[in-house]
Design a protein around this ligand. Structure first.
Ligand SMILES: Nc1ncnc2c1ncn2[C@@H]1O[C@H](COP(=O)(O)OP(=O)(O)OP(=O)(O)O)[C@@H](O)[C@H]1O
Ligand SMILES: [Mg+2]
Length: 368
């Protein structure tokens, strides 16, 4: 048993090292990609039909998708853990999973009627289910059934002793099982490595299970693979169950109402999406007068995230007008140039463009 544990530990340390490398590279690349896509968007504003620019934008988008997966593997994505019902989330994914299946593929959901709650990030769970379902489908080229199970389990002392990173006690299991080709032990040992794939070039990047592992760890869960060639694969993820009475009243951190003022359509919707995904209520305005109108209608805005240089108005003037209505209003400025902000006005929070979603959410959180 000690040998097994040592091997697991070695494996975990290897993943940790790869994760640090991948995360560092992905983080820097993400920033570079953000610069590339911001400037491409700017150029596209002036020549919308330029095919070359569209190609650059498309490539930057694919690059960003890739770095997002690496960041998930490296556990560098901002997560919003909440008390959740895993069964409900899986149930809600039925429609999303449909397009994944091909003819000859069945989907069976076996969700225990009485089940405990877990504390996890909803988006992460959806990504886990999606990645596992896609893998299960690919493992059954001639058709078969994907089974998704959610139910309470008790992790026993023996299991916890034999597996690094899991404690004995009540858990909720999320299981995805297929009747596909299965894997031999050597393959199972490598599946979490980023870019490990047995699929043809262009078919798989080998990041699916890497991201799953990152999400599992970030949410304090444990993953177990049971597979053998020809007999199919069962992947189980154990989330610690939480006591419903106490944790159910935990207030999610995002919920505040934020007014986003930005004249660039693309950036405005990007900022809006990021904030909404983190649970905030978001109102948007593209210019000073609509911002003032929204504020006046008194919708309980707690924070304004605004561009400093708006098309017709200086953001600072706008801020003065807004503060005249609401003296306690907090403002987070976005700007491409540090020079936009005069020294005596740096009393307020400031985000230099381009910024990443992570930085944005960090600053917003610190201001609320
Ligand atoms: N359910 C499964 N049955 C059999 N083999 C699997 C299963 N899930 C994963 N594998 C094996 O593990 C490898 C890695 O899986 P992973 O999801 O990380 O990458 P991928 O599916 O190859 O590519 P990507 O998910 O990035 O599109 C796969 O190429 C496959 O060999
Ligand atoms: Mg995959």
């Amino acid at each position: 048993q000690r040998m097994v544990l040592e091997e697991q530990l070695r494996q975990a340390q290897k993943m940790e090292a790869i994760g640090q490398l991948a995360g560092g590279v992905a983080h820097d690349f993400n920033n570079l990609l953000m610069v590339i896509s911001s400037y491409t968007e700017l150029l596209l504003r002036n020549s919308r039909e330029n095919e070359d620019l569209r190609a650059i934008r498309g490539a930057a988008q694919r690059g960003a998708d890739l770095t997002q997966k690496l960041l998930a593997f490296a556990r560098r994505k901002v997560i919003e853990p909440r008390v959740l019902d895993l069964g409900e989330i899986v149930e809600d994914m039925r429609m999303l999973l449909k397009p994944v299946l091909e003819t000859g593929h069945g989907l069976v959901m076996d969700i225990a009627p009485a089940r405990g709650q877990v504390r996890a990030d909803r988006g992460g769970i959806e990504q886990i289910v999606m990645n596992l379902a896609v893998n299960a489908r690919d493992a059954m080229p001639t058709g078969g059934t994907i089974k998704i199970i959610v139910r309470d389990i008790e992790v026993g002392d023996d299991y916890a002793r034999a597996n690094v990173g899991v404690m004995p006690g009540p858990h909720v299991a999320l299981v995805v099982a297929d009747t596909g080709v299965g894997m031999d032990a050597a393959t199972v040992a490598r599946v979490f490595e980023p870019f490990f794939t047995t699929k043809d070039v262009g078919k798989g990047t080998g990041l699916g299970l890497s991201t799953v592992l990152g999400i599992v760890q970030q949410n304090g869960a444990h993953i177990h693979i049971d597979s053998s060639p020809g007999l199919g694969t069962t992947i189980a993820i154990y989330f610690p169950r939480c006591a419903p009475s106490r944790d159910a009243v935990v207030v999610p951190s995002g919920r505040a109402t934020i007014l986003v003022i930005e004249d660039d359509d693309v950036l405005r919707s990007a900022v809006r999406r990021v904030l909404e995904e983190h649970g905030y209520q978001v109102l948007v305005a593209s210019d000073a007068s609509s911002a003032l109108a929204i504020c006046e209608s008194g919708t309980g805005i707690e924070l304004v995230v605004s561009d400093i240089m708006l098309e017709r108005t200086n953001g600072m003037e706008l801020a003065k007008a807004l503060r005249a209505q609401r003296p306690d209003l907090r403002v987070l400025w976005m700007s491409g140039q540090a020079g936009d902000l005069r020294a005596n006005e740096v009393s307020t929070a400031f985000l230099r463009k381009p910024f990443t979603a992570e930085v944005l959410v960090d600053r917003v959180r610190s201001l609320l």
